[in-house]
Design a protein around this ligand. Structure first.
Ligand code: SAH
Length: 519
């Protein structure tokens, strides 16, 4: 037993403005090692995924900087308590901890209690909002100075600590945090103190997130514009000539899938690639893992095959999972790639072939048509079936087309299950709510079992309800087999790429939805 208490430390970490990619490497490093994470309303909850699974996650609210779920004093005490208990604490704060973040107050308490601390700066929401709204906050032609101010100070206070008379014309660009409630007063103060009423102004809400929304006007009109557009906090107000550059630079909200919400149904392990691609196009993705993949309990067939690979002429892979689980078992049994030397390798699809390449092996045959049927046809065409012996590691339940075609053409096929699909615990209520509220634009399916399992989660009472829920949503599928499964359930396929890859699927969704916007 260790009797000296472990010394805790509190790290104030800037979470960045919203886009989870805008945290610093240092911030991510600390999150990955945190024992407790204390986080805000403005820190993107996606960042919590960097924390270890057993880290304590504590939400302390703070809506728009006004409504505190936990009063600041209690947040301070919580940090002191966690630090004193010897924990490595990450205090994750929206934007930068020292820009209108009350970071200093938290540190003062830590110092008083003798708890060590560090501070990691973050991308503050002002620069992110400007950048993501296409506004350079400085520009040689327009301004050489920027001021960050808080809009809280503007209300009825007799003595504001903001020198409006100096600020109004003293700073070229003025960026106002927490300024939505007082926007009419702020705009008036700036104009009363000499700033021209036709000065361009932009307001950016939930900057750098899929919910970003920006509007523009002038000092004279912006309050009305914001009211009409029903913009509520959190939002930033950007005042100055630089706002004009928006017309040229605006990029974030112009990405093809910006503002679209897409349900991605894949196994948890595989979802990230498609999600990353769709997010690159600007979409917001909700991941619905519909298949959970588990290794086989009974490995007798594959184990016997691995002992004697010389008994096979061809080793065939029809999916990425088959590759992953085949090699996992190969290694578990104490073999490596050399055991596969006697066999030629066939792979359906580029993704599968790329996966095989990761093990230093090259597929001898990749059919033009990315299906099991396509692979069988290519083998037949190459004269590689008569008398040939095939090993087919695959899912426990799968289509029998490939083995049947090969056997019909004179081959012998050993089907060796290496993994199985099991339906995960569904997120039924959340999914049905999204569908009922028309919250989804697209749902993507990368396999037939994803379709079946997704529909199990939706759990429609009857056909009428199924159509009511899914007709407004575009259905995107990776290939013809999946498309067929969608049609079998009486639904329509809206998007299907020519080549059956994740890249092509993402591109097809982007093409279809952005062209829709144009017409
Ligand atoms: N420390 C934070 C600011 C906290 S004050 C930072 O450096 O960004 C809270 C105010 O920040 C909000 O009222 C809003 O004006 C602004 N804000 C924070 N995140 C924002 C976002 N994603 N989009 C627009 N404004 C944001």
């Amino acid at each position: 037993m260790n009797s000296t208490p472990k010394k805790g430390k509190v790290y104030l970490v800037g979470a960045g403005p919203g886009d989870p990619g805008l945290i610093t490497l240092r911030g991510k490093f600390l999150l990955e090692r945190a024992e407790a994470v204390v986080y805000d309303h403005l820190a993107n909850a996606k960042l919590l995924a960097h924390a270890p699974a057993d880290a304590e996650l504590i939400y302390v609210g703070k809506k728009g900087g006004i409504e505190h779920t936990l009063p600041q004093e209690q947040i301070n005490q919580l940090l002191v308590k966690l630090g004193a208990a010897g924990k490595r604490v990450v205090r994750l704060k929206g934007g930068d901890p020292f820009i209108f973040g009350r970071g200093a107050e938290e540190i003062e308490e830590l110092v008083k209690a003798g708890i060590p601390f560090e501070v990691v700066p973050g991308v503050t929401s002002a620069t992110a909002a400007a950048t993501y709204a296409g506004i350079p906050i400085t520009h040689r032609d327009y301004t050489a100075s920027v001021a960050f101010i808080t809009g809280h100070e503007a209300d009825g206070k007799e003595q504001s600590s903001i020198a409006w008379d100096k600020l109004a014309t003293g700073a070229g660009t003025i960026i106002i945090y927490m300024g939505i409630k007082n926007l009419p007063i702020i705009a008036k103060k700036l104009m009363d103190n000499g700033r021209a009423p036709d000065t361009p102004v932009a307001v950016v809400r939930w900057a750098s997130t899929p919910q970003q929304r920006s509007v523009a006007g002038t000092l004279a009109t912006i309050s009305e514009v914001v009211k009409a557009a029903k913009i509520t906090p959190p939002a930033l107000v950007i005042v100055g000539e630089v706002v004009k550059m928006r017309e040229t630079i605006d990029w974030y909200e112009h990405r093809p899938l910006f503002g679209k919400r897409i349900a991605v149904t894949r196994t948890r392990e595989q979802a990230s690639e498609l999600v990353a691609k769709l997010e690159e196009y600007g979409a917001e993705c909700l991941e619905y893992p519909t298949i959970h993949i588990e290794p086989m309990v009974d490995c007798s067939v594959i184990d016997a095959a691995l002992e004697n690979m010389a008994a096979y002429d061809w080793l065939l892979f029809t999916s990425l999972n088959a590759v992953t689980y085949f090699f996992k078992r190969l290694h578990e049994k104490g073999f490596d790639c050399r055991a596969l030397a006697p066999c030629k390798i066939g792979a359906v699809g580029k993704t599968t072939a790329d996966e095989i390449a990761k093990y230093g092996l090259r597929a001898d045959l990749i059919p033009e048509k990315f299906t099991g049927e396509g692979l069988a046809e290519a083998l037949i065409a190459a004269g590689e079936t008569q008398g040939k012996r095939f090993l087919l590691p695959r899912a426990l339940r799968a289509m029998e087309t490939l083995p049947e075609l090969l056997e019909d053409a004179g081959g012998t096929v050993t089907v060796a299950p290496v993994y199985q699909n099991v339906p995960p615990q569904g997120r039924k209520d959340e999914l049905r709510k999204q569908l009922l509220e028309r919250g989804l634009d697209v749902v993507t399916f990368a396999s037939s079992s994803a379709v079946t399992n997704f529909l199990n989660i939706v759990d429609a009472q009857d056909e009428a309800e199924l159509h009511q829920l899914l007709d407004p949503v575009k259905i995107a599928v990776i290939g013809p087999v999946t498309a067929e499964t969608v049609r079998k359930h009486g639904l329509t396929v809206d998007i299907q790429p020519e080549r059956y890859t994740i890249d092509d699927l993402a591109e097809a969704v982007a093409l279809q939805l952005s062209s829709r916007k144009a017409d």
